[in-house]
Design a protein around this ligand. Structure first.
Ligand SMILES: Cc1cc2nc3c(=O)[nH]c(=O)nc-3n(C[C@H](O)[C@H](O)[C@H](O)COP(=O)(O)OP(=O)(O)OC[C@H]3O[C@@H](n4cnc5c(N)ncnc54)[C@H](O)[C@@H]3O)c2cc1C
Length: 512
């Protein structure tokens, strides 16, 4: 029996382990090796208001604007204030952020930030550096269980009491724990086009759903405009910085696709650029990034240059095929401000959690920060070792469900639940892939992996079908504008069905 069982070893899971006292017994489970995660891929950095002319309040205002008036104002306040303190603490303890010749952190600027506030480590390797730092800090205090895929959450008398896992040999075990934490990351792999790592297949959503937890804001997925895409396969991210250096987006005839669409051309807001590129692809008109004229490309973007060469395309002489792909999930398992879910002894942090700080659209570089802040908040909660009573839910499992074949599911997610959505496509999707509630342990390991992808995809499609407006990352061609009726409304799903709640959203007077 462990005190704490953490499912996931990215920034959220490891920061939690780091912040917990060594007197607690802690297990950290990862589906693959400890280095495979979205955290390891994070290039941009961590947003934090360190510059003399910046402040947490300005950071909060930028965040609220980016989130399309859907973020939870009080949680955003926690994020920007506590985030600053945590990052300063990590810096003082030796996390090697990049500094300038005066010894001050080198702060970069990103879209929708009004100030320079992006901290980097190792240039474009911030996530990897953070991961290595947290791994080294936690190596003596946790039991690491790599290649342990969680199949099901064990619920006893309405409380989470442990997990059922499959180890690297496919053998099943139960791991018992007083507290179980979902830190399973994102959902990009549910789509055929994505920037995400192989482990970001939305397992946490399905695990939480089958345990009876409430999920929310699932329709809000952020799509990155320029995923390097070869023969329909995602081959890595080509960061916005390349367009910032002057790269053009062109179609196969060399025509700039952003011309006449937006005055900022290639530097228009991310969602607009992404939709334009996707429209062209859907008309069988592939879109390319033309970076051939960028001076010293190979020195400015060494990782991107090396990645392109590894796929046989040289950015100095050739066009780079790009297509939007799923990048970040704003929604997830509903939590309070210390990471508690609706199920006692089950918690969620990091990208799998819906804390409300990202609203309908994440502000760039706020997600590593969220992982750090809410992991530390949860650690403080877990120190109190409170055991809450659960309620038995009497929903019967469905029997002998045959799940539809998954081979087309990722493609259908991209086409029907992707960056451009239509009511008819969403209804088609949820008709072909209805949500089922089953006892997971009745199925084989392989079937459960399939059920996780299936269920998480269906839940996202269902929420997208219900939100009859466009907001942030959720764009409906049949409802192309935001509607006052939906302002502040949150779609919740659980085994009990759908509920709509209201969130305390932007109120400028309350921003301190
Ligand atoms: C290409 C890219 C660039 C990005 N750049 C930035 C950036 O510059 N700044 C920023 O703030 N954010 C960035 N993000 C987003 C950010 O990286 C993620 O939101 C964040 O790292 C998520 O951390 P996490 O700990 O929640 O999940 P992850 O780091 O993805 O970790 C998930 C963990 O859960 C484990 N897991 C999953 N399912 C199971 C299961 N069933 N059983 C056991 N273990 C399981 C995995 O093995 C993994 O260890 C970027 C994302 C991508 C993809």
């Amino acid at each position: 029996m462990y005190d704490i069982c953490i499912i996931g070893g990215g920034v959220a899971g490891l920061m939690l382990a780091h912040s917990l006292p060594s007197s607690m017994s802690i297990a950290v489970l990862t589906k693959e090796d400890p280095f495979t995660s979205n955290t390891a891929l994070a290039q941009g950095g961590i947003a934090v208001s360190l510059a003399p002319d910046d402040s947490p309040s300005i950071h909060a205002i930028d965040t609220m604007h980016a989130t399309a008036h859907h973020a939870h104002i009080e949680r955003v306040e926690l994020l920007v204030h506590e985030g600053k303190t945590i990052v300063e603490k990590l810096m003082s303890k030796g996390l090697p952020f990049d500094i300038n010749s005066n010894g001050f952190p080198n702060l970069g600027q990103e879209a929708a930030h009004t100030q320079r506030r992006i901290l980097h480590a190792g240039g474009d390797q911030t996530g990897k550096m953070l991961l290595h730092y947290l791994l080294s800090q936690t190596q003596d205090k946790v039991t690491r269980l790599p290649f342990h895929a969680v199949l099901e959450l064990n619920i006893t008398e309405g409380r989470c009491t442990g997990v059922l896992v499959s180890d690297g040999h496919g053998h099943r075990h139960n791991i018992h724990a007083k507290h179980v934490v979902l830190a399973t990351g994102g959902i990009g792999q549910l789509f055929s086009q994505t920037s995400n790592s192989s482990v970001a297949s939305g397992d946490g959503l399905s695990l939480a759903y089958h345990a009876g937890a409430i999920l929310e804001d699932l329709e809000f997925v952020q799509f990155h405009p320029t995923i390097f895409s070869i023969n329909g396969k995602s081959c890595g991210l080509i960061s916005e910085a390349v367009r910032g250096e002057g790269a053009f987006l062109v179609n196969q005839d060399g025509v700039r696709v952003m011309k006449d669409v937006h005055p900022l051309l290639e530097l228009a807001p991310r969602d607009i650029v992404a939709r334009v590129i996707e429209w062209h692809w859907q008309k069988n008109d592939p879109v390319y990034l033309d970076a051939r004229h960028i001076h010293r490309f190979e020195q400015k973007f060494p990782s991107i240059y090396a990645n392109c060469l590894s796929y046989g395309i040289n950015p100095l002489y050739e066009l780079l095929p790009v297509r939007p792909g799923a990048h970040f999930h704003m929604g997830g398992v509903q939590t309070n401000d210390v990471g508690e879910t609706s199920i006692p002894q089950l918690y969620a942090i990091g990208e799998i959690a819906s804390t409300g700080v990202h609203g309908a659209n994440r502000l760039a570089s706020n997600s590593l920060l969220e992982g750090l802040v809410f992991a530390e908040r949860l650690a403080n909660r877990l120190r109190e070792n409170i055991i809450r009573n659960g309620l038995n839910h009497e929903i019967p499992f469905e029997k002998e469900v045959i799940y539809n074949n998954q081979t087309t599911m990722q493609l259908r997610m991209t086409e029907q639940v992707g960056i451009i959505r239509q009511g008819s496509g969403l209804i088609d999707f949820i008709t072909d892939f209805p949500i089922h509630f089953v006892r997971l342990s009745d199925y084989t390991n392989q079937e459960i992996q399939h059920i996780h992808r299936y269920t998480s995809s269906s839940l996202i499609a269902k929420s997208a079908s219900l939100r009859t407006e466009s907001r942030g990352g959720h764009y409906r061609q049949d409802y192309p504008t935001s509607s006052n009726e939906w302002t502040g409304k949150v779609i919740e799903q659980s085994i009990h069905g759908v509920a709509i709640s209201t969130r305390e959203i932007e109120n400028k007077e309350t921003i301190k």
